[in-house]
Write a protein that binds this ligand. Structure first.
Ligand SMILES: [Zn+2]
Length: 232
């Protein structure tokens, strides 16, 4: 899921500090980020596939082996998410049809939550049967670049799953963070937020989809290399 304008990015704060007061880890990270060619190799940032790519539109497969390959894939997903300035990323978005998503965002109480769900199961409160508020309930997706649309979501969720080591993880959330959980969980069912829009917004999406060519396979973009599609 893309971030909103209100979501601050921690690296901006680090970069704003005078060089001598930066912690060394932050310097290392900044340097690696500035070397675009090396970044791809060292950090294994993956291209993000766009709506129309079949892997996005089918149910992801469950993970059965919690091994080194999984740990590497999860690490790559976090790197890719950071480089994309997003708040959540599901494995199908990097072309891997596995039941994994990662997230990194502040919740409604200002607490930064960063983590991983493997084979998650989501339980949500009822989605209100009202129109979404375009100011407060607009959503975007890294796989639907440069667009956003209002969508009603459940206010409360609980997610149960595992981390990359196979340890059980449970997370309850409301508001904005609950929205992120629903968005990412949807990805693992082969559903994108634009597939859930009400009649009015769905019409606008269909037009934009055609205009952007998001109705056929083959499109992708590279976080940290291509211009940020959401202007972050
Ligand atoms: Zn998404």
């Amino acid at each position: 899921m893309r971030s909103t304008a209100e979501q601050s990015v921690d690296t901006i704060t680090e970069a704003a500090l005078p060089p001598r007061s930066r912690p060394s880890a932050a310097i290392g990270r900044s340097l690696r980020r500035s070397q675009v060619t090396d970044t791809i190799v060292l950090m294994a940032i993956h291209p993000i596939v766009v709506y129309g790519e079949p892997v996005l539109h089918r149910r992801a497969e469950k993970i059965t082996e919690f091994d080194e390959d999984l740990a590497e894939l999860v690490a790559d997903m976090h790197e890719t998410l950071d480089a994309s300035n997003g708040v959540g990323l599901a494995a199908p978005q990097i072309g891997v049809g596995k039941s994994i998503f990662v997230f990194n965002a502040d919740d409604d109480y200002g607490v930064r939550r960063r983590g991983t769900f493997v084979n998650p199961v989501l339980i949500a409160s009822k989605v209100p049967d009202t129109r979404p508020d375009p100011d407060d309930e607009t959503e975007g997706c890294l796989s639907v670049p440069s667009l956003d649309f209002p969508l009603k979501r459940a206010d409360r969720v609980t997610v149960n799953g595992f981390d990359e080591k196979g340890e059980p993880v449970t997370l309850s959330a409301d508001g904005w963070f609950a929205r992120i959980m629903q968005h990412e969980y949807d990805h693992l069912q082969g559903t994108l937020y634009v597939d859930r829009l009400d009649k009015r917004w769905s019409k606008k999406w269909k037009k934009a989809q055609e205009a952007h060519g998001y109705d056929q396979p083959g499109l992708s973009w590279m976080p940290g290399v291509d211009p940020d599609p959401f202007g972050h």
